[in-house]
Design a protein around this ligand. Structure first.
Ligand code: AMP
Length: 311
């Protein structure tokens, strides 16, 4: 039977990033949660993007997104405005980074507006933006089959009540390990995920950087490592690329059973592994579905074992 992927809608930041890693520096490269998500998801399903840019945003990036089939009708361009800018520095241990600068610019007054053609999109991802905006999008989007969201420590600190209102309405939360502990007030990851499930999302994906990710699906737990890489160029956007691979695969396959959620975890991990092998989305830009599938198969080999016979 032919696969007919369903569309995925992402709402999130579109940015110009400045990145400092221990070995290289880039002053201005395309970034933002919605861009990484869209690039990753585009390998599996048609993507619609809602976000905002100023007129300084590079046309080349918009062309790259279009080449990936990303629908940009929902991308607002503010004449005379400057795009959101973020600057980060990675430590020698690339799992750690400091945010050096955040300039909201046009993002400060962002009001997400879904074009009429986006309103019934079956797969919706609310990337990391202010929870009140995530709620606003949920109201405009109507009944999606699967709603995913991400968040960050800032919103847990300053907008916890609004965040709780969003959490009550979503099916999947993707969240970093430290943020899962912070949100739940727990010190143990399993207890943290169970507490978060109690706030709304039946599925909680805990992202653990180079240590992989965990899926809590109802009572089930699934664990995947990250791909062991001997060189990481730029980890920026790995979490959003993971979410893009995860949601994109589910939109392609249209089956939300536990078995496919587990596979979605691996496709998410595959896209995240490509993301970190270059600056911005460079290493994710020119893949084929066959490349993605090959790396998926490497994961099977990486984690394959059979039970020993002790007696
Ligand atoms: P990640 O590495 O997955 O945390 O994603 C990094 C991306 O998030 C960068 O491209 C940034 O432009 C973007 N970003 C950083 N801070 C924020 C923020 N406060 N709100 C929205 N996006 C952000």
């Amino acid at each position: 039977m032919a696969i007919v992927p369903e569309p995925v809608l992402v709402v999130g930041s579109v940015a110009v990033d400045a990145i400092i890693t221990p070995r290289q520096t880039r002053d201005a490269c395309p970034g933002g949660s919605a861009v990484f998500f869209a690039m990753a998801a585009s390998y599996f399903a048609p993507v619609r993007l809602v976000g905002v840019i100023g007129d300084d945003f590079p046309d080349g990036t918009l062309e790259d997104l279009r080449r990936h089939g990303v629908d940009l009708e929902g991308l607002q361009r503010i004449a005379g405005g400057k795009t959101f800018r973020w600057k980060g520095r990675y430590h020698e241990n690339m799992n750690q980074r400091d945010t050096l600068e955040t300039h909201l610019n046009v993002f400060e007054n962002f009001e997400p507006k879904l074009p009429a053609s986006y309103r019934k999109t079956p797969f919706l991802f609310l990337a990391n933006i202010q929870p009140t905006l995530q709620l606003d999008v949920l109201e405009q989007a109507g009944q999606a089959r699967l709603v995913g969201m991400d968040t960050m420590n800032l919103w847990i600190d300053i907008a916890r009540e609004d965040l709780a209102r969003v959490l009550a309405k979503v099916d999947v939360l993707t969240i970093n390990e430290e943020e899962a502990l912070q949100l739940s007030g727990e010190h143990n990851l399993v207890r943290a995920a169970r507490t978060i499930q109690g706030l709304g999302p039946k599925n909680v994906v805990v992202k653990r950087g180079e240590y992989g990710a965990m899926l809590f699906h109802g009572d089930d737990v699934f664990v995947t490592p990250a791909l062991p890489l001997d060189e990481v160029i730029d980890p920026t956007g790995a979490g959003d690329s993971f979410a893009g691979g995860f949601m994109g695969y589910l939109a392609r396959i249209g089956d939300l059973s536990g078995e496919h959620l587990r596979r979605a975890m691996i496709y998410g991990t595959v896209l995240a592994s490509y993301c970190v092998q270059g600056f911005s989305y460079e290493a994710m830009d020119h893949l084929t579905l066959a490349d993605v599938q090959r790396r998926f198969d490497e994961f099977s080999a990486l984690t394959d074992f059979s039970r020993a016979k002790l007696a």
